[in-house]
Design a protein around this ligand. Structure first.
Ligand SMILES: Cc1ncc(C[n+]2csc(CCOP(=O)(O)OP(=O)(O)O)c2C)c(N)n1
Ligand SMILES: [Mg+2]
Length: 641
């Protein structure tokens, strides 16, 4: 079944990887040398793709979870005819190339997601497979593709891989297939020094279909992929490989993991592989080796297009629900913003058939359940509510996978304190321009009785520090609706809604659908005679409003600014920002770290210590998050002028 042309293509992939790393003077050729055979078998014999339309909806998804082996992916994309010319392979790891050090979906056609932080790719793949399963249930026959991830020892050592594997097994994501580059080597040496459990038993226990094969044997790889596709369980193929295969001195050792081989070893490796010692050697036959797969994919794509035209899937992918903003509720009662969020979710759920998600075992607290819809499960794949279990990290990764998949929009929920458990995937969502939605409730020490282990302090500030990440902390029900609108309309930016446990009074305008909070910050109460501006976010905006009244009794005029999203506010025109922040001195209050607040305020009231275990109001008071604190700060500021 495999011919000389196939072996040549595999060796060309190896040669390109070696040459690119050599030229860049950095990178990782060890993985491509060992994993090229299995990757080639997958791509040439199984993977459904159309290089002329990398985003074709019903393509199989391929994720190189071991992102350090990026040259493997770039070589495959190049040879298979994606818009990644040889010139780009020669620019590997150089500024503004389409071949960055680790794969990034934003820069390279055919790259599904950014990988490199080990474990993320496999965990995100679970989200891709959830999305496929959900959409396939709604659009049988029209959505029908596999999700493949190629992973390494490091991927499967990471905790997130176990969270994700456990979830995938539970959900019986039968069209998820991980190819494990089981080479027994990591950077520090043999896996014997740190990783000795039976990975195969572990995944069997997760409910996976597991096979162990010789990953250098093309027929064995092919047969394993066939079996994996047929099995109704998610599949792990433990493929024994040799890192740095072909290198006389480095093969099978950790020395092959990264760094250029050097001219001598490079030549020796190429000789061993039967390649000419010619940089970036890629004969026509290596491209031809992919021709059948490409023709198959294109025909499949054309067929699919015909079948989908004019069907509900077509409109799901191409049409926006008309005027869904009018569905946003006006929420003018005193309500916890998590509760307001629940109201919004129910109101818009029907307009977003692709909106699926859930909580990491805190559904009753996060209030993220779409009540009109069933739960997503192995037997109910059309359900919109996902029980992620206590797996915040895998949840956030899966939510990104769901969102990146397309046709679906993922959201995930937990307590804000546990955003720490999800943070690597939150960061990736921003880096990948992936508009995931994160609903993190219990957003301050107002949590109260559970104490400092459950009370976020530095989280708002540290999450705001992530570039392209929209942390939105609404002050009332209508700002919450505005936050959801921003989240649902975002295309390139993830949104994190930081929501209160406790009820908050209605303060903001009722202009839902066109709310000033959509600009990130706005003047909530203007006062022409103001001598001080009081700025708050979320549950502290009410303190600004109350302080203003107290100050008025002393003849001190104050204006109040609500600043739910620094991210959005910073994008506004400077004139607008100036008009909101005003010309008079400013006091800020937020139940969290003051570290970054000096950018907006002269005096910053906040919490720069861990919280306390006591009723929420008591903790707030004890830590100085009070109306009196704002009054005092404003008074002091005004008197010092
Ligand atoms: C989360 C994370 N931690 C650490 C690293 C740095 N790192 C890159 S590859 C690697 C391990 C290499 O072993 P393996 O995953 O088996 O890949 P191989 O060497 O076999 O290609 C490490 C620790 C990383 N990329 N991501
Ligand atoms: Mg390894």
């Amino acid at each position: 079944m495999f011919s000389d042309k196939d072996f040549l293509a595999i060796n060309v992939i190896r040669g390109l990887s070696l040459d690119a790393v050599e030229k860049a003077k950095s990178g990782h050729a060890g993985l491509p040398l060992g994993a090229a055979p299995m990757a080639y078998v997958l791509w040439s014999r199984h993977l459904k793709f159309d290089p002329t339309d990398p985003k074709w909806f019903d393509r199989d998804r391929f994720i190189l979870s071991a992102g350090h082996g990026s040259m493997l992916l770039y070589s495959l994309l190049h040879l298979a005819g994606y818009d990644l010319p040889m010139d780009q392979l020669k620019q590997f790891r150089q500024l503004h190339s389409a071949t960055p050090g680790h794969p990034e979906n934003v820069y390279t056609p055919g790259v599904e997601m950014a990988t490199g932080p080990l474990g993320q790719g496999v965990a995100h793949s679970v989200g891709f497979a959830i999305a496929e399963k959900y959409l396939a249930a709604q659009h049988p026959g029209q959505v029908d593709h596999y999700t493949y991830a190629l992973c390494s020892d490091g991927d499967l050592m990471e905790g997130i891989a176990s969270e994700a594997g456990s979830l995938a097994g539970h959900l019986q994501l039968g069209k998820l297939i991980w190819l494990y580059d089981d080479n027994g080597i990591t950077i520090d040496g043999s896996t014997a020094i740190s990783f000795t459990e039976s990975v195969s038993d572990r995944f069997t226990a997760f409910g996976w279909h597991v096979q162990t094969i010789d990953g250098m044997d093309l027929d064995a790889v092919d047969a394993a992929i066939v079996a994996a596709k047929e099995d109704p369980r998610p599949s792990l193929i433990c493929a024994k490989t040799v890192i740095g295969f072909g290198s006389p001195k480095l093969a099978g050792t950790n020395k092959a993991h990264s760094n250029p081989f050097g001219a001598e070893e490079l030549a020796a490796t190429k000789a061993a592989l039967g390649l000419p010692n010619e940089p970036f050697y890629a004969p026509a036959a290596a491209y031809e080796a992919f021709a059948e797969a490409v023709a198959r994919g294109k025909a499949n794509h054309a067929n699919w297009k015909l079948g989908v035209a004019g069907t509900p899937l077509d409109s799901l992918l191409n049409a926006e629900a008309p005027n869904w903003e009018t569905l946003l509720p006006v929420i003018s009662d005193k309500v916890a913003t998590r509760k307001a969020s629940e109201t919004v979710i129910q109101a818009v759920a029907g307009a977003f058939p692709g909106l699926i998600g859930g909580s990491a075992d805190l559904t009753e607290s996060n209030l993220t359940h779409q009540k009109a819809y069933p739960d997503f499960s192995a037997t109910e794949p059309g359900g919109k509510n996902i029980n992620f279990g206590v797996r915040e990290h895998a949840m956030a990764a899966a939510v990104n996978g769901i969102t990146l998949h397309g046709g679906t929009r993922g959201y995930g929920a937990s307590f804000l304190i546990f955003s720490d458990y999800a943070r690597p995937a939150l960061r990736l969502s921003a880096l990948m321009h992936c508009p995931s939605i994160f609903v993190f409730t219990h957003d301050s020490v107002g949590v109260g009785e559970d104490g400092p282990t459950h009370e976020p302090v530095e989280h708002l500030t540290s999450l705001r520090a992530i570039p392209n990440f929209n942390l939105f902390r609404p002050c009332d029900g209508n700002e919450t609706a505005a936050g959801w609108k921003v989240a649902l309309t975002a295309t390139e930016t993830p949104t994190l809604l930081a929501l209160s446990r406790q009820a908050l009074p209605p303060l903001s305008p009722t202009t839902v659908g066109n709310h000033p909070a959509e600009r990130g910050g706005y003047v909530l109460i203007e006062d022409e005679a103001a001598v001080v501006t009081l700025i708050g976010t979320g549950s502290e905006v009410q303190h600004c409003v109350a302080a203003r009244e107290t100050l008025a009794q002393e003849g001190i005029h104050a204006r109040v600014v609500s600043l739910p999203s620094w991210y959005l506010f910073d994008q506004q025109h400077e004139d607008y920002q100036d008009s909101v922040l005003g010309e008079v001195p400013t006091v800020s209050i937020e139940a969290g770290s003051t570290l970054a607040w000096p950018r907006y305020a002269d005096v910053c009231i906040g919490i720069d210590r861990f919280g306390l275990s006591a009723p929420g109001d008591t903790v707030m008071k004890e830590l100085g998050i009070t109306v009196e604190a704002v009054v005092e700060a404003a008074r002091g500021l005004v008197n010092s002028q």
